[in-house]
Ligand binder design. Sequence first.
Ligand code: CO8
Length: 257
Amino acid sequence: MNFIQYEQKDAVAVLTISREKALNALNSEVLTEMESTIDAIDLETVRCLIITGAGQKSFVAGADIGEMSTLSKADGEAFGKKGNDVFRKIETLPIPVIAAVNGFALGGGCELSMSCDIRLAAENAVFGQPETGLGITPGFGGTQRLARLIPVGKAKEMIYAGTKIKADEALALGLVNAVYSSEELLPAAEKLAGKIARNAPIAVRACKKAVNDGLEASMDEALVIEEKLFGSCFETEDQINGMKAFLAKEKPAPFVN
Ligand code: CO8
C-alpha cells in the first residue's frame, strides 16, 4: 500500500489516509487502496474502525483536482461511482466507523467523514463542499448525506455557496459529536471506539443496521426492521451473559460475539 496505513490494536482498527503532500487528497489509487483495505478488515476481531488522515493539517482535502481536471463526462461519472461505492461500503460496514477529522475535510473529505457513523473533530477542522467553485457538484454523496445530517437550508448554503464551517460550527450543527485539540483527537476516538468495542458485538452491529436501514424506510417499515434485529439478539451468548450478570448484580463477562 502506498497511501493507506492500517493498524489493529485489540478490537479497534485505525485506517489512516496517508498522502500528506497533497493534504491526503483522494485519487483513484487512494480510493482503490482504501477499498481493498476495508475489504480485508478482519470482522471476526475488529469491532470498531477509526478513519483519519496523516499529519495535523488535513483529514482529506477532497478528491484529487489534478486527476479530475482531465476527465470526460463518462470518466467523471465513473470516478463519482468509484467514490460512492467505497463510501457506501464504509457506511454499510457491519461495524461502527468513527471519523477522526484532523483538519481539512473538504469536498470528498467532508463526504468521507459523512459516510462514517460518528465524526469527532480537531479544533482546526474545516468542513465544506467547495465543488461549485470548481465547476462540479459534490460527487461522493455530499448532496445527499449533508442534507440528511444538518438542517437542509444550511446544507444547501454550504453546497451552493461553498461556505466552509469550522469545528465549533460543525459541533453546533451536530455534524460532529465533539471537538478536541489535535493531540487529543485520536486518543479520544480510540477511547470511544474502545467503549463501543466492549459492548456486545452482535447488538452493536444490529443497532447500526437498525438505524441506517430504518432511516431509509417509512416509520412502519423501520419499526419492523428494529423488531427483527431486536429479536435476533435473543439466545445469543452475549444476551444471556449480559442479562444474567445484571440480575445477579455482577459485571458481565467480556462479550464474545
Ligand atoms: N487535490 C489535489 N491536490 C490537492 C488538493 C486536492 N483536492 N488539495 C490540496 N492539494 C495539494 C495542493 O495542490 C498542494 O500541492 P503542491 O504543494 O504540489 O502545490 C498541496 O496539496 C498543499 O496545498 P496548498 O498549498 O493549497 O495548502 P494551503 O494550506 O495553502 O491550502 C486548502 C489548503 C485550503 C485545503 C487548499 O489546498 C484547497 O483549497 N484545496 C482544495 C480543496 C477542494 O476544493 N476540495 C474539493 C475537491 S472536489 C471534490 O472533492 C469532489 C468530490 C467528488 C468527486 C466526484 C467526481 C466526479
